[in-house]
Design a protein around this ligand. Structure first.
Ligand code: MN
Length: 429
């Protein structure tokens, strides 16, 4: 049986440094204390391209080195925009007591009994390597541009899913052979599983995702360790498990679920895992329907003990109220928060259709109803409506130019009770 610490989506960068360092540092210490056999980082160790002299690179390197002094480490290539190709290549150079393997291409690697990593020459081993302690199938981020070059941009996303499904099924034979030989089998991948839920509670439906639970289970690995989606979640099928560890810390507002890492126990024919929470930062949203009220916020600070929390204040107000928001006052009452984010949404003045107007049968009726709702004088409007309906435009203009004393002659006919040819009057308030 193999014990694996599975960390994912560390997103080291200057902005995330505090959070990533605290949470990953905690997780690494836990993994070492629990004496895991191997550590896996399933992609997005960094948030974007980083300079070598940045403190984030140093801290990340320090933690990976700490891991490598304790057990073999496998680092999988994540999303290219987060982890530009080549980023991971420095980690095997750190020189810990155990080797760091970088999986940046499709393939398999065996963790050997003597603690070495042995990578397959091709996309898989033809048979289980002698002396393998565990077999890992690695599916790093797929470059959709490569696929687009072959099948065209429109079909690339779906083609990636189809090709990956075929590929994953192709690992079944060797994984089944390993199982028969008593060797634990694991998969490590970075991408979206169709039907998973993001950290913002959005279900990822559709056909343009890399994986389905069916395609992942078809590889016949006992455990599939996933990265990319920041919300921890898991699926089971006949004793096999697929799980996202989720991001190591809380990097954005609105992520309500616990953050942490996974401790896996994988044997040839059984799998268990456990979620270990990290001391992720506390984020709190204060949402106002109208203008945010500093007194209310002050009360929340006391009642919810917001000192030290990352607070986001959101509101939604009409254009005409926008000047009533006192941002400085809000910041003052939140002075003890670790971070304050103010997000006001100004709603443009939208006039709704006047209530009950659609039931009026004539245009004149509609105008009358609108005048009631808008407290406007009815008579002058009805008079002008009659002019529009019956007088020549040129005569109306002449009348207006002649001044208010000049009455505009119009046909004496009354406004028809209902004229289906008239468009409904779009009435805005
Ligand atoms: Mn990520």
């Amino acid at each position: 049986m193999l014990r694996i610490a599975h960390f994912s989506d560390l997103h080291f960068c200057a902005k995330n440094l505090d959070e990533a360092a605290r949470c990953f540092g905690f997780a690494v210490s836990e993994a070492i204390a629990r004496e895991v056999d191997v550590a896996v980082i399933s992609g997005d160790a960094t948030d974007h391209a980083l300079d070598v002299h940045s403190p984030a690179v140093r801290t990340l390197a320090q933690e990976v080195r700490r891991l490598a002094d304790s057990c073999p480490v496998l680092m999988l290539q994540g999303t290219y925009s987060h982890e530009p190709p080549g980023t991971l290549s420095i980690f095997p150079l750190l020189g810990g007591r155990h080797p760091v393997l970088v999986a940046d291409r499709l393939g398999q690697v065996a963790l050997m009994v003597d603690g070495r990593w042995l990578a397959s020459q091709r996309w898989r081993f033809d048979s289980v390597p002698r002396g393998a302690r565990a077999l890992f199938t690695c599916v790093p981020t797929v470059n959709k541009a490569d696929v687009a070059a072959v099948v065209g941009a429109l079909d690339a996303a779906e083609a990636v899913g189809h090709q990956l499904a075929a590929l994953l099924a192709g690992y079944a034979t060797v994984n089944e052979a390993a199982r028969a030989e008593g060797v634990p089998t694991l998969g490590v991948a970075h991408g979206t599983v169709s039907g998973c839920v993001t950290e913002h509670g959005v279900p990822m439906a559709g056909f343009d995702h890399e994986f389905t639970t069916t395609s992942l289970f078809s590889a016949r690995a006992q455990a599939f360790l996933l990265g990319h989606i920041h919300q921890h979640q898991a699926w089971q099928d006949d004793g096999r498990w697929i799980a996202y560890a989720g991001s190591i810390g809380r990097f954005h507002h609105g992520e309500r679920e616990a953050k942490g890492f996974l401790l896996w126990q994988v044997a040839a024919a059984s799998t268990n895992w456990q979620f270990i929470a990290t001391p992720a930062r506390r984020t709190v949203d204060l949402v106002f329907e109208g203008a945010p009220d500093p007194t209310e916020i002050e009360r929340a600070v006391k009642e919810l003990a917001l000192a030290g929390a990352w607070v986001r204040v959101r509101w939604q107000i009409g254009e005409e109220e926008r000047s009533s928001v006192d941002r400085d006052a809000i910041r003052r009452v939140l002075a003890d928060a670790a971070d304050v984010q103010l997000e006001g949404r100004v709603v443009p003045v939208v006039r709704s259709r006047a209530e009950g107007i659609s039931q009026a049968t004539s245009l004149a009726e509609k105008v009358r109803r609108w005048c009631e709702l808008a407290s406007a004088e009815t008579a002058p409007l009805l008079e002008r409506l009659a002019q529009l309906a019956h007088a020549e435009p040129a005569r109306i203009v002449e009348g207006i130019l002649a001044g208010p004393s000049q009455a505009i002659a119009s046909d004496p006919e009354p406004v028809p009770a209902h004229d289906a040819s008239l468009h409904p009057l779009a009435v805005f308030e």
